[in-house]
Design a protein around this ligand. Structure first.
Ligand code: PEP
Ligand code: MN
Length: 351
């Protein structure tokens, strides 16, 4: 159930409804919107009896939610969620596209600095890179772990880029939450429910990638896990799913973008790097993602992809990324979106 407060409802009235919900042994989730505040209710096993709440001052409407998800739903919050970062211009879900770029893995300080300088100059405002890598083979490079997180923190310090990196388990989540601006939950962990709950208790926004074979509903339910713990700063990311097609590593399902936008207020990014696995398809699918209405892009970039310790085949050369950004800048306005100007040229030389 969700309670839609009247547009003129006061903060005290919203609080009184939340207190009543808590007194019923349930959990209120107040979501202020542009027009009105809605309050989602979780913790109930069956339907909640509306009587006690319906008559309270400031309550506009009580809506019974028929979908299995509540807090991610557009019924609760008609406007798309905008994730903001105090002190930064970049957002996720705002008018400006969130451009996330960087290597698959942080391999060394020098590689991270060199890549960060390049993607920043081309227009990225978020820097990605794995410090904890979920690899198919136990013999593949597993990441620099905390050392990699320290390098990323240095990237933020020196370049003013926001940092996104993956947590693979509960221990790494604590570390990632400490160092990063956004916690990434990878495709392989999309249904790791204890990890999702832990991310829901973290104080940082979460970028949740779609599982390799997740349906739209499963994807939204995974986001619901995070939100149900009180973290409402969640962004989704389509990164391709397994199909019979073998001309690409995965099949990038761009149709999930409008499907998500119809049902949910959460922003959704597209990752054409993992979505295709092939460098020559990343640019075209990135352009298509912007055209379909994605809220941003996640692109793997490596200064020397042939030497990359992971995902070199799908990593763009810096010049290719810069070219793609110029194309995206032109497509975005057709959709009423824009690309933020690149941050000022880096004053620091890679070392
Ligand atoms: C990644 O972003 O580097 C990654 C491992 O992605 P995914 O979880 O989508 O495979
Ligand atoms: Mn990768």
């Amino acid at each position: 159930m969700l309670i839609v407060m009247q547009a003129a409802a006061t903060a005290e009235q919203v609080q009184a409804v939340c207190d009543r919900i808590t007194a019923l042994g349930l959990r209120p989730h107040a979501m202020p919107g542009a027009q009105r505040t809605a309050i989602g209710i979780t913790g109930n096993r069956g339907t909640v009896e509306p009587g006690a709440l319906e008559e309270m001052a400031g309550v506009g409407e009580v809506i019974v939610v028929t979908k299995p998800y509540k807090l991610v739903s557009r019924e609760l919050k008609p406007e798309t969620t905008v994730i903001r970062f105090p002190g930064y211009r970049a957002t996720i879900g705002g008018e400006e596209l969130a451009i996330v770029a960087g290597p698959c893995a942080i391999e060394s300080r020098a590689q991270a600095m060199e890549t960060a300088a390049a993607v920043r100059a081309a227009g990225a405002h978020f820097f990605r890179g794995g410090a904890f890598k979920p690899r198919t083979s136990p013999y593949s490079f597993q990441g620099l772990e905390e050392e990699g997180l320290k390098v990323m923190a240095e990237v933020r310090e020196q370049f003013g880029l926001l940092i996104i990196t993956e947590a693979v388990d509960e221990r790494s989540l604590e570390l990632v939450a400490e160092y990063a601006d956004v916690i990434q939950i990878g495709a392989r962990n999309m249904q790791n429910f204890s990890l999702l709950k832990k991310a829901g208790r973290a104080a940082k926004p979460v970028l949740l990638k779609r599982g390799l074979s997740a349906t739209l509903e499963e994807f939204l339910m995974a986001a619901e896990y995070i939100m149900s713990e009180g973290n409402y700063q969640v962004a989704l990311c389509e990164r391709g799913i397994r199909t019979f097609a073998d001309h690409t590593r995965n099949t990038l399902d761009l149709s999930i973008v409008p499907a998500v936008q119809r049902l949910s207020h959460l922003p959704i990014l597209v990752d054409p790097s993992h979505g295709t696995g092939k460098r020559n398809k990343v640019g075209p699918m990135a352009r298509a993602a912007v055209a379909v209405g994605a809220d941003g892009l996640l692109i793997e970039v490596h200064p020397r992809p042939e030497e990359a310790l992971s995902d070199g085949m799908q990593s763009l050369y810096p010049a290719q990324f810069a070219g793609l950004m110029r194309e995206v800048e032109q497509i975005a306005p057709i959709l009423g979106r824009r690309v933020l100007a690149p941050l000022a040229a880096a004053s620091v030389v890679a070392g």
